[in-house]
Design a protein around this ligand. Sequence first.
Ligand SMILES: [Zn+2]
Ligand SMILES: [Zn+2]
Length: 347
Amino acid sequence: MQQLTFLPEQRFEWREAPTPVLGSDHEAIVRPVAVATCDLDRLIVLGVMAVDRPLPFGHECVAEVVDIGDAVTSVRPGDLVSVPFQVSCGQCGTCLRGHTGNCETTGPMAMYGLPGNNQGGFLSDVVRVPFADAMLVPIPAGISAESVASLSDNIADAWRTVGPALAEQPGAPVLIAASSASIALYATAIALALGAERVDIVGGNSFLRGKAEALGANLLDKQFPRKAGTYPITVDASSDVAGLQCALRSTEAEGVCTSIGIYFTETTSLPLLEMYMSGIRFHTGRAHARTAMEPALELVRTGRLRPELVTGETASWDDAADAVAAHRSKLVISRPTLTPSGSQVPA
Ligand SMILES: [Zn+2]
Ligand SMILES: [Zn+2]
């Protein structure tokens, strides 16, 4: 089969790879039909995050099920499903606690389209899913594959920054320190969908600020101030130490700050004394995608979240190599389903 592969000198090429086949009764073979770039993909393409190559590429997708093992009960061929970027068994103690990114069966770095224990990329003819019932999330009727292509990672990642905190403090205002990443935009839309009184954006490039304002956010300073106010819920989606510090200092006493930013060089520049005196809760870490996918998808199903508004670029499957190499914002690559519209569970 053909697989889009990231190569030295930042090149992409469709390369021949062995076609995956069912390896157990619990597996599925799926055919990606809408693949999105993750915010991290742009850093990989730009060389900000160094990766070993050749690297099969793509780790956010909606796919059509083409084959299932005898023990699979939750999906059947033709179904449209979201595939989490992390492989998880759904049955070990860690998975049962919702920490599906650290599955004990597969190890924490079993992922599609990323370095670590690479399971193949979603920009492939077909992909093998080792634990179909545990991993695959059916897409309800009426939701297009393209609109939720990022559910596998970035939409789920955004949900965890505000969903649990807003459940604890309904209606609370939210501050998001942003750069150029789509997660800040999804977090904006999700916070407003969940009833946040308002979402304030600090930082961000012009493209992000324009999109954020269209989604309903208030725009604060473009540069990160020392402190942007006092908020019960703050998010650092900046990957910028000044943005992280601003979010931490802007978190009110006993409030919660979640950072999805990846800091490739170690920083000790945290305002620990202020954090101590305020008693804030600070969380950083990889998303547990599978756990966060369903509550985020429910917001889409009920019409409260429209992730397609975050998409900045689209391309056809045939143009994927050039489109991925040049992408600057959320890119969605798609191709037709084999069945007329894919089969979807009733909404
Ligand atoms: Zn990602
Ligand atoms: Zn597990």
